[in-house]
Ligand binder design. Structure first.
Ligand SMILES: C[S@@+](CC[C@H](N)C(=O)[O-])C[C@H]1O[C@@H](n2cnc3c(N)ncnc32)[C@H](O)[C@@H]1O
Length: 402
């Protein structure tokens, strides 16, 4: 548990499975308590409902404040409202849930070898682990009934230089701003398919959209740099937030004829992406593209002036696949913007330097002998209330031809 008493994410707090049989009893119970507080909080409505169902509702139960499991009684400040929000996201996080399920299952399987004091303690640990596992089944059933995804609304301020678009201002050099509003659907993730992560909009897509709108010229998004009809391809687009933002922004930036193509490899993710494009009436083409085995047929048969990708590095092979895919897709003067999410704990720690490593290693080359390189990299801070609890920040890579 964190110093503030909030549960920690399974990936950052659970001891490695290989060390299960060498742990101390209190480490096992502390890990189980953390999982129980995270996944089995007692909510007022459920507690009262269950008391009613069992005919046990007394006045004193109603009179007592029931701990929601999110915040203690004194925790009324804004910080804790935020952490309540973060906890909801953490609970809904399928990666975290699957990680916890694997850990609990392994714990039960190796119960006999756990170095616990006596049989009672062993039984207690197994009971607790089984109780938490059972709650996942209940959660899944409830999710199936109630969770049809959520509609999310995003609004970014697009900064225009004085000579751009309809907001031309001869008197002032102060950049003008227009609102870029996007509405999309985050579809419910399943608990069975751990590859459907793109059904949700991740923090990096929100942060990238914000950075791009705040300063389009920093990303070379101007008619002078890209011409009037650039081709922009998003890789691993997920719900499509970045492409949908670009669709609204490009006309204001003097590039109404830009071609936008949002790609992903996962069929359910592509389906949700297409539905989001329809919902926005956006001029965004969608098409399948798997970085590990790219098939560059129409509309991907023409190279891209800009490639964008957010939060697409979460396995060690991703950086190399993306490098090789970008080598085939990027136009001779093109640029690839990659915003990588940093998750310093748990299994994602291993991929933190994988982009730098991929571009240091041996490279495939373009027909003219050039190869892609990291032209610049900068750290981007995590935004409060944006992204999940296990994200500590981002790395923004500008990748181009060496
Ligand atoms: C963490 S999600 C990020 C989605 C979106 N870019 C965002 O920031 O919200 C990673 C995305 O990469 C996609 N992806 C993973 N492996 C891929 C592959 N081999 N080829 C293409 N897309 C892939 C997933 O389907 C998912 O949409």
């Amino acid at each position: 548990m964190s110093p503030a008493g909030h549960p920690l994410s399974p990936t950052s707090s659970l001891p490695p499975l290989r060390s299960l049989t060498t742990l101390k009893g209190e480490q096992i119970f502390s890990a189980l308590d953390n999982l129980q507080q995270l996944y089995c909080p007692v909510s007022l409505s459920r507690a009262v409902k269950s008391q009613l169902e069992h005919g046990k509702l007394h006045d004193d139960v109603l009179a007592q404040p029931v701990d929601s499991g999110y915040v203690s009684e004194d925790d009324t400040d804004i910080e804790h409202i935020d952490s309540e929000y973060d906890l909801d996201e953490l609970r809904a996080d399928v990666f975290e849930r699957n990680f916890a399920i694997r850990w609990l299952t392994a714990l039960i399987a190796s119960a006999e070898e756990l170095p616990l004091g006596d049989e009672d303690e062993r039984e207690q640990a197994v009971d607790k682990a089984s109780f938490i596992l059972a709650s996942f089944t209940k959660l899944t059933d409830e999710d199936d009934e109630e969770d049809a995804g959520i509609t999310r609304e995003f609004s970014f301020k697009l900064a225009l230089s004085p000579d751009e678009g309809s907001l031309r201002s001869r008197e002032s050099d102060i950049p003008q701003k227009v609102s870029i509003d996007v509405r999309l659907n985050d579809a419910p993730q399943t608990t069975t398919d751990h590859t459907d992560v793109g059904l949700q909009s991740w923090g990096a897509s929100i942060v990238f959209s914000e950075l791009l709108c705040a300063s389009p010229e920093r990303f070379g998004f101007s008619r002078e740099a890209l011409g009037s009809s650039p081709r922009i391809i998003e890789l691993g687009a997920g719900t499509g937030l970045v492409s949908l933002v670009l669709d609204k922004a490009m006309p204001h930036l003097g590039m109404p004829d830009a071609t936008l193509i949002a790609t992903d490899y996962h069929p359910a993710v592509l389906e949700n992406l297409q539905s989001n494009v329809r919902l926005s009436r956006a001029r965004v083409e969608t098409c399948p593209l798997d970085w590990s085995a790219p098939i560059l047929e129409g509309p991907l048969n023409l190279s891209a002036d800009v490639l964008v990708a957010t939060d697409v590095i979460y396995a060690h092979e991703h950086a190399v696949w993306l490098r090789d895919c970008a080598t085939r897709l990027l136009a001779p003067k093109g640029v690839f913007w990659l915003l990588m999410t940093i998750r310093p704990n748990g299994r994602f720690e291993a991929v933190i330097d994988s982009v730098e490593a991929a571009f240091r290693g041996s490279h495939p080359k373009a027909p003219d002998g050039r190869y892609l390189a990291i032209l610049s990299m900068e750290g981007v801070e995590k935004r409060r209330g944006v992204g999940r609890g296990d994200e500590s920040g981002y790395k923004l890579f500008r990748i181009g031809w060496a």
